[in-house]
Design a protein around this ligand. Structure first.
Ligand code: FES
Ligand SMILES: [Fe+2]
Length: 423
């Protein structure tokens, strides 16, 4: 059980908070590239409790500025994109992506002192269809070069989903292997389920989740987070091994729709302490993402990246379907099922009231990792797993697995071997 102080420490993310300071030491996703069409409107965004405007300048560069114009505070998301920056519609001041004031047209000579005015600005870069920003305020580190971020754009499908709850409880769902045997179980296997046979086996993850509902879980600390080994025993001297990860400070990697050929990432970015965006990356290692996967991920979503199933409609739970179709009664879409249980924990889960058990050990390990990371930063140190040198900007031991293997093998040794094969 946690103390109220620890819970506040882990879940408060605004400017100046300990966890907010830690999160700001990493590049964070702030929008999908598709939201910033060339020549399109600036996008108001709220990230880590800060109101900002994201725009793409007339050279195609993304820029993230404070939303209130540094003159007299007008909302820059109504601004004009022109002349190498974003121009406020109140008195025409013009800012570039770095926050430099390029023009004050209502002043003599376009503002003789304009170089001394700065609009708050955060550096941005784009990768695989996502705009990342660095809000740390100091010299930005490198964007960590996880395998999925170095992949060709058509091997990664990205989306995002709005959640009305704190970022941490969203991410804790990803590192909780037991809920796969309950929340996400299809009681009647669809053709799609049946087609997803795992490596080394003859059945789908869904079927394997049902064959051992109380898996063994082991955790191991890695340089970048926590590795989670989950083994489900099968009847025939074999086991279903699933290896997933908590990655500092607010993302997870796990076997998703692409099975062992790649993996999925859920990256939980606070809007503020009671709302967050889950950025979803589906990565396929050997071939481009199929159109079917892409369309399926967007099929139950509104144009503004909300799921149609929501708290307001009780996630359209169908109790008849709970008898023989799905354990949850909330359709077949994992995202909606996860939304129901994580939002159901409340705007910020009160962790002083929870009762952790043996199967929550990855969650305990991840919380410890975040707490020690935020103390490192408070003490003036570098945030864990930040990279500043290109040669070391690799993560070859992030090997995500979903495989049926002999029950007798050492899962740690086997995972090391498989990591070397895919590195
Ligand atoms: S408030 Fe923006 S230019 Fe005056
Ligand atoms: Fe889930």
């Amino acid at each position: 059980m946690m103390t109220a102080e620890e819970n506040t420490l882990l879940t408060s993310t605004g400017p100046g908070s300990a966890c907010g300071t830690l999160l700001r030491r990493y590049w964070q996703p702030v929008a999908l590239s598709e939201e910033l069409k060339p020549g399109g409107a600036p996008l108001p965004v709220r990230i880590l409790g800060e109101d900002l405007v994201l725009f793409r300048d007339d050279r195609g560069r993304p820029g993230l500025l404070g939303i209130h114009c540094c003159h007299r505070g007008a909302d820059l998301s109504y601004g004009r994109v022109e002349d190498g920056g974003l121009r406020c519609i109140y008195h025409g001041w013009l800012y570039d992506v770095h926050g430099n004031c390029l023009d004050q047209p209502g002043e003599p000579e376009g503002g003789r002192q304009r170089a001394s005015f700065r609009q708050p600005a955060y550096p941005c870069q784009e990768r695989v269809g996502v705009v990342f920003a660095y809000m740390g305020g100091d010299e930005p580190p490198l964007l960590r070069n996880f395998e999925f971020l170095g992949a060709p754009a058509d091997h990664v499908f990205v989306s995002k989903i709005y959640h009305e709850c704190n970022y941490l409880q969203g991410n804790e769902g990803n590192i909780d292997p037991v809920h796969l045997s309950f929340l996400h179980r299809n009681l009647r296997e669809s053709a799609r389920d049946k087609a997803r046979v795992v490596r080394g086996g003859d059945s789908s993850p869904n079927s394997l989740f049902g064959r051992d509902i109380a898996p063994a879980i082991e955790v191991e600390l890695t340089e970048f987070g926590v590795r989670i080994y989950t083994t489900r025993q099968l009847q025939d001297d074999r086991q279903y091994l699933r290896v997933s990860y908590f990655v500092m400070p607010n993302l997870s990697a796990f076997p998703g729709q692409t099975g062992g050929d790649g993996y999925s990432i859920n990256w939980h970015v606070p809007v503020d302490d009671t709302h967050h965006w889950k950025f979803v990356f589906v990565y396929s290692r050997s071939k481009p993402i199929s159109r079917e996967v892409a369309l399926r991920d967007r099929s139950e979503m509104t144009a503004d990246y909300r799921l149609i199933r929501s708290k307001a409609n009780r996630y359209l739970q169908d109790r008849d379907s709970m008898r023989d179709q799905s354990f949850s009664g909330i359709g077949l879409n994992f995202q909606a099922q996860d939304l129901c249980v994580t939002e159901g924990e409340g705007p910020v889960q009160d962790r002083t009231q929870e009762h952790l058990v043996t199967s929550d050990k990855a969650i305990v390990a991840a919380r410890k990792r975040i707490l020690s990371g935020l103390r490192d930063v408070q003490d003036g140190g570098e945030a864990p797993s930040v990279r500043r040198v290109a040669a070391s900007n690799r993560f070859p031991d992030l090997a995500v697995l979903s495989e049926v293997v002999p029950a007798s093998i050492s899962i740690r040794e086997y995972t090391r071997k498989r990591a070397a094969e895919t590195a």
